[in-house]
Structure formats: structure tokens, C-alpha cells
Design a protein around this ligand. Structure first.
Ligand code: ARG
Length: 592
């Protein structure tokens, strides 16, 4: 089914054609003067040149053809040549009914394909911090959007689990506990099942090791040596590495669970180490990779480049592979395993150039087919109220768990206030459950409602507010809808048997128009990897719903047919909000 604007544009095109003009001119858009009309068409302006005619005359000719239109209530030609349009109530209602009957609310579904979303990207042994929030939250939403559109989507966490941070931790541990069997070169027995450290230890060991390596070149050299030994297969280091992985992953899962973020693939840089040598050989044999200053590089510059595009380094002069090398090998691995039509990567936008290099290199060296899209969605920084990167009170980089705690605590206070105000008595457990759900919406909506590339300010007060463009406001609307539907059921009404009828007043019609915009908006969010479009959409939909709710007496409406039609529309609004909140990655509580 066509989206609403396409559908009404179709009728406008017919009118242009009937008046003797190019139908392509009949594109309709939402009015930018809602005080004058609902929709508009500027085709006559564009046609003036083509037809050597005043635009107003063209617009008048077209308006003439729309006099008895079944679609347009009003089609008015106004100077200098615009067509101001209002839509017939019955027509909107009919469209909304067709949407309600369609499994995907009128979305024209694409041909399904396999896709990968590479997000999260935490580095093992380092605690998750505020910088990991956006990758997780935006990536999860994009994964859900791609999936909703019928694709088979694999979310891959792509951990940084093979780099210097592992060597740093291993070396530091060897200094602190030299007697552990992992460091005994002659050890042949079975390594202990228990890790010799906890996640809290790790959180202290890594920064301490990292600090020392920055001050002391000898320390750094030792850590690099440990990294190399690990990568070359040192048995004790590999065993200890596995322990670091286990402890770290358990902690990561705890954090991602709280965010309702889940991965299908727990792969990382280490996963593809074995395929690197073959890949590098192919790149050399294919004549793509050549030696430059001792390193092995692939040129990725193109003639049309206006910015600097350094070559992609495949192997460093000391023989070590790098971040790029594992990313390229990962592409090769994914192609072999999943044959994806798309791979979408979520990282800080400072990695823009990096991904450009990697993508070009992958294409040039034939790791992927032309048809496979490689997309980098780069995002901006989470800032504090002072406009610089968000910090803890003591000036440190906040841990992700602290950020979630902060939102949940503030939400709990509000939930308690709210229930006390309503005289509702709830257990602490129930209050906490609500605070978690609403808190998650606050944090995710606060992030996702910004265009990904932009920086934003992490403002706990604003995010947790029940009013305005916030997650809690959206949830409040959902809860309100569900509560009305529950009450209707208690009155003995079978809402699923109710039918949507033509709107009877302006707010009723406005709600229908808002609903009619759903499919176009989801498709844009899909094509542009833009969850913020869904936020913008549900905010407008919630506003339209709340105006409708305030201006109509739904449960006390005496005309049973009209009441049924109100309820059916309410139920559709609720279904659409449910889909959208799922796509954004948060849940609707029963009450709040
Ligand atoms: N671990 C990386 C970092 O901290 C992010 C990984 C992103 N994914 C990728 N395939 N490179 O920057």
C-alpha cells in the first residue's frame, strides 16, 4: 500500500494530467502553513517555465478539475501559484481503516535480506562508560528497525578483545601475582576454573596498568611483549585471557541487560585472527597491498577525493596487525557466514575517516560484492550541562552503570510522588519496576530523539520529565490509552469488533492524519538509519492523541457507534505506539 502522501499525490497527478499538464508536477506535501491548509502542492510554480504560463493560471486549471474531488475537501489556487489543500474526512478515515487491516500498517515491505549491525563495541577489561551508551542504544534501535522491515538481522557486539589492553592487564597481573600458574612457563597442568580476580579488580587493574605504561616506556614495552605473546598463542596467557573475557563479558551482559540491549553474536577482534594471514596473502597476491616504509598498505585514494585519504595500513612495520586488519578480516568472515546485503557500524563519528578507508579497502580488494552496502553511522558526544563531555562530579568519566542508576533513582522519586498524588498505594518492588521501565525510556528517548551525528546534553531532569518531548511523556500516553481500553473492556465492549468511522471533529481528524503518517516515517527511519524520526513521529502522534483525548469524552460518549469508532482509533494508536516504542527499545509499563 502506498503511503498517505504518495496516495494523495496520485490523485493530484491525475488532476494535473486532466488539466493538460505534466502529472509529475502533482506532488503533495504537508502544509508549511497549517493555519491555511492541511496539505499543499507547489507543482504549478515548477510548471510555469515549462508551459510559459503564470503559475496561478496553472494552479487554477488544476483546482478546477478538483471541484468535486472525493479526496480533497478544498483545493484552492492562491497567489502566486500554490494549491492549498484540505483532505476529505472520509478519505483519511478510509486510509486509516486500510492501515489497521494491514499486517504492517501499510508499509510497503522490501525484499528481505540478511544484514549485520555491528554495535556496542566495548573493549574487554575496561569498564563500560558513558561513551558506550550511544552505540548500544542507537545500534539496538537500528537493529530492531531493520528487523521490523522483514530482514534477518544479526547484532554483533564486536568486542575489542585482542589489543594492548589485554597485554597491559596480563603484565600487571604478572607483577602482582607472579606465582599464578599462568606465568609459570613450565606449567603443564590444568589451569584453575576460578578467575584470580573479580570485575572490581579488573576495573582497578586496567587503569592502573594503563597509567603506568604512559609514564614508563619500559613498562609499556613489557605490556606490548605480553600482547604479542598472547597473540602468538602462549598457553598461560591464553588461559588468563579467557578468564578476563569471562569476567568482562558477565559484566557487559549485566549492563546491556539493563539497557535491554542484546546481541546475537558475541564476536570480537580475536574471532578472526586465524583468517588474517590468508587475507593478507590474497591482498599481496592480488597486487593490492604493497610495502611502504616497512608497513604493508593498500591505497584507497580516489581521483574525486577532496579531503586527504591516507592508505589503509594492513600490517605495521613490526609485523603486528591493527584495528583495520581485524575489521577487514571480520568483513570477510561475515560474508562467508551470512552473505549479508548490508553491514551497519555504530561508532563515535570520529571514526568516520577510518571506516571510509576500511570500506574502500574491502571493496578494492574484493572482500565484498558491489551489492553489499557498508554503512557507518557515526554519532556525536554525550555532553554535560556545561556543553563539554559528560563527567562525574569528581571530573571522571562516568561508568555506564552510574548513568543508568542516576536516571533510575530520579525516576523512582517521581514515580513515588506521582502515585502518592493519585493516592495509589504500591509496594517498593512495584515502584522500582516502574522506575526501571520509565527510566529506560527516559534514557533511550533522551538519546534517540537527537539526530545521531549531533552531540547532546545528558539532562536527567529534562529526560525524566513527564511533560514535553520525553520518553516518560510517550509512555504516559501509552499507559493512558491502555487504561481507557481496559475500562472499555470492563464496560463489556469488545474493542476488536469496533470499526473506525469518519472523524467528527478537528482533533479526531488530526489524530487520523497523524496515524496515516506512520508508514512513511518508518520507511524513512529505515532508509536513513534514523531512529530520531520515530521519536519525532511518536511525539507528534502523542500530542495529537492527547488533544483528541481532552476534546472528546470517549468512555461516556452516548452514541454507541461513535464511541466504538473512538475506541477502535484509540486501539490503533496504541498498537502503533507499541510498535514504535519496541523499535526504540523500551517497554510500556502497565501503570506509572
Ligand atoms: N572497540 C572499538 C572502539 O572502542 C569499537 C568497535 C566498533 N566496531 C568495529 N567493527 N570497528 O573504538
Amino acid at each position: 500500500m502506498k503511503n498517505f502522501l504518495e496516495e494523495i499525490s496520485g490523485y493530484m497527478k491525475e488532476a494535473f494530467e486532466a488539466a493538460g499538464y505534466d502529472p509529475a508536477l502533482g506532488r503533495v506535501s504537508v502544509s508549511n502553513r497549517p493555519d491555511l491548509c492541511e496539505y499543499q502542492c507547489n507543482g504549478a510554480m515548477a510548471g510555469a517555465k515549462q508551459y510559459h504560463k503564470a503559475p496561478l493560471m496553472i494552479a487554477q486549471d488544476v483546482a478546477e478539475k478538483l471541484k468535486d474531488s472525493a479526496v480533497f475537501e478544498k483545493a484552492e489556487a492562491v497567489a502566486p501559484g500554490f494549491l492549498n489543500l484540505d483532505i476529505k474526512s472520509e478519505f483519511v478515515a478510509d486510509y486509516v481503516v486500510r492501515m489497521a487491516e494491514d499486517e504492517h500498517f501499510g508499509i510497503d515491505m522490501p525484499k528481505p535480506a540478511a544484514m549485520i549491525v555491528d554495535y556496542g563495541g566495548p573493549n574487554v577489561a575496561k569498564p563500560l562508560h558513558v561513551g558506550h551508551l550511544r552505540s548500544a542504544v542507537i545500534g539496538e534501535s537500528i537493529k530492531r528497525i531493520l528487523r521490523y522491515m522483514g530482514n534477518t538481522v544479526y547484532g554483533d557486539i564486536h568486542m575489542g578483545d585482542w589489543g594492548l589492553q589485554m597485554g597491559l592487564v596480563i603484565y600487571e597481573m604478572s607483577l602482582r601475582n607472579p606465582d599464578l600458574p599462568y606465568f609459570d612457563e613450565n606449567f603443564t597442568g590444568e589451569y584453575p576454573a576460578e578467575a584470580p580476580f573479580t570485575v572490581t579488580d579488573l576495573e582497578e587493574i586496567y587503569p592502573s596498568a594503563s597509567g603506568k605504561s604512559k609514564q614508563d616506556p619500559e613498562y609499556k614495552a613489557k605490556a606490548m611483549e605480553a600482547t604479542l605473546k598472547l597473540q602468538e598463542g602462549h598457553a598461560g596467557y591464553r588461559a588468563l585471557w579467557q578468564k578476563i573475557m569471562d569476567v568482562s563479558i558477565t559484566d557487559m551482559k549485566r549492563n546491556y541487560d539493563r539497557l535491554k540491549v542484546s546481541f546475537d553474536l558475541w564476536n570480537g577482534e580475536s574471532t578472526v585472527q586465524d583468517i588474517i594471514p590468508g587475507m593478507v596473502k590474497d591482498m599481496k597476491d592480488g597486487g593490492y597491498a604493497y610495502e611502504s616504509d616497512g608497513a604493508l598498505v593498500v591505497d584507497v585514494k580516489e581521483d574525486t577525493d577532496t579531503k586527504e585519504m591516507p592508505p589503509c595500513i594492513i600490517i605495521k612495520s613490526d609485523g603486528a596487525s591493527l584495528y583495520n586488519t581485524t575489521d577487514l578480516a571480520t568483513i570477510k568472515d561475515r560474508v562467508a557466514k551470512y552473505d549479508p546485503s548490508k553491514m551497519v557500524y555504530l561508532t563515535d563519528k570520529r571514526q568516520d575517516l577510518y571506516f571510509e578507508q576500511v570500506f574502500r579497502c574491502a571493496r578494492k580488494t574484493g572482500l565484498i560484492k558491489d551489492e553489499c552496502d557498508l554503512v557507518h553511522v557515526g554519532f556525536g558526544t554525550v555532553n554535560g550541562k556545561d556543553g563539554s563531555p559528560y563527567k562525574t562530579r569528581s571530573g571522571g568519566v562516568p561508568k555506564l552503570s552510574d548513568l543508568i542508576d542516576e536516571i533510575e533513582e530520579s525516576m523512582l522519586v517521581k514515580i513515588k510522588e506521582n502515585t502518592a498524588q493519585k493516592g495509589e498505594n504500591i509496594s517498593d518492588e512495584e515502584a522500582l519496576d516502574r522506575a526501571r521501565k520509565v527510566g529506560l525510556a527516559a534514557i533511550k528517548y533522551g538519546d534517540l530523539s537527537n539526530q545521531a551525528t549531533k552531540d547532546y546534553i545528558f539532562d536527567v531532569d529534562r529526560f525524566t520529565s513527564f511533560e514535553g518531548d520525553t520518553g516518560p511523556y510517550i509512555l504516559y500516553t501509552c499507559v493512558r490509552i491502555n487504561s481507557i481500553l481496559r475500562k472499555a473492556t470492563e464496560q463489556g465492549i469488545d474493542v476488536s469488533a469496533c470499526r473506525i468511522k469518519a472523524p467528527v471533529n478537528a482533533s479526531h481528524k488530526a489524530l487520523m492524519k497523524a496515524i496515516a503518517g506512520f508508514n512513511a516515517e518508518i520507511v524513512s527511519a529505515y532508509e536513513e538509519y534514523a531512529p530520531h524520526r520515530i521519536c519525532g513521529y511518536i511525539y507528534a502522534l502523542s500530542n495529537a492523541f492527547n488533544s483528541f483525548y481532552h476534546e472528546n469524552h470517549i468512555l461516556t460518549e452516548e452514541d454507541a457507534e461513535l464511541k466504538g469508532s473512538f475506541l477502535a482509533l484509540l486501539s490503533l494508536t496504541g498498537d502503533i505506539l507499541k510498535v514504535c516504542t519496541d523499535l526504540l527499545g523500551f517497554e510500556i509499563p502497565e501503570r506509572m
